[in-house]
Ligand binder design. Structure first.
Ligand code: SAM
Length: 279
């Protein structure tokens, strides 16, 4: 029997006004990541840092050698980003101050290593992702024989963290690996300090798709009693350091999972659609 559907009541005027405002907000919110990308490309966080941590739009026009005719528009960009929480503006648009988010976008910022996260912003807002998102409706309409590729793979014929990306665009592939490295540099040290109870009492751990073992080595340094195994594809394990701190196993996660008390799965995206549809 067909499910009983409840008829939707006509929205009130107040609801419609709010809905219209929300619709504008949802439609235009893509401008925030684009403004963030623009700030990274112009080097605004690094320039504010160089100016002592606080700067006015006029200071930035001079520091970045931008045309003075762009002063008010730069002010709008900064205000948009302050509204999104990327900068603080203690005086409502007169000056802009670095906060923890923009601090992570300063070139050379050091936390447990080079922790600057600009590569992540550049990758995530790159034309590869934006174009794939642009074609989402076409991708939904399209039927595929066999496994369904992601919109990214369908459009570009490549997958990030894969040799196919290096063949398609070596520069982009380099940036993707920089993004992964910068995530690792600041990621695991902070997690170990903030969540130290998480690993307490653990004797063995397998880091699935653990790459070159950066995360596993940091865990063993903090908790020497944990026997850590890293599983990754042979092409990655072949290049992993052989320092004896962690054990490396070459294999495919969908065929082998080295046994341990716990497994770690961090930043793994290549889940075949046949599996992800059951996740
Ligand atoms: C984004 S990297 C993340 C690496 C690491 N976990 C980290 O957080 O830096 C994804 C890793 O998954 C690995 N990988 C992809 N498919 C895999 C598979 N089927 N079996 C094992 N590893 C795989 C890749 O080689 C790559 O090292």
């Amino acid at each position: 029997m067909a499910a009983q559907t409840e008829k939707m009541a006509v929205p009130t005027d107040a609801e419609l006004l709010k809905a219209q405002a929300d619709l504008w907000r949802h439609t235009l919110c893509y401008l925030t990541p684009m403004a963030l990308r623009c700030a990274v490309e112009l080097g605004i966080p690094t320039a504010i840092h160089g100016l002592g941590g606080t700067a006015s739009p006029t200071d930035l026009i001079a520091a970045l050698s931008l045309p003075p005719s762009k002063l008010s528009l730069l002010g709008r960009l900064l205000y948009q980003l302050a509204t999104a929480g990327v900068f603080d503006t203690p005086d409502a648009g007169t000056t802009y101050r670095l906060n923890p988010i923009s601090y992570l976008l300063v070139d050379g910022v050091h936390i447990d290593g080079d922790a600057c996260q600009t590569a992540i912003v550049r990758v995530a807002s790159s034309r590869y992702y934006v174009e794939a998102a642009f074609g989402l409706a076409d991708w939904f309409r399209k039927d595929f024989d066999g496994p369904v590729p992601s919109p990214f793979e369908d459009l570009h014929g490549a997958t990030i963290f894969d040799d196919s990306m290096a063949l398609l665009d070596p520069e982009m592939d380099k940036l993707v690996h920089e993004a992964k490295a910068s995530h690792n540099h600041m990621g695991i040290g902070l997690v170990l300090r903030q969540c130290h109870d998480l690993f307490q009492g653990l004797e063995s751990l397998t880091d699935l798709c653990g790459g070159d073992g950066t995360t596993a080595r940091a865990i063993v340094r903090a908790y020497p009693q944990i026997k850590c195994t890293v599983l990754d594809l042979p092409k990655v394990i072949d290049k992993a350091p052989t320092e004896g701190v962690v054990k490396y196993v070459a294999g495919d996660i969908f065929h082998v999972v080295p046994p341990a008390q716990a497994v770690l799965l961090k930043v793994f995206m290549n889940v075949p659609s046949s599996i992800s549809s059951h996740m």
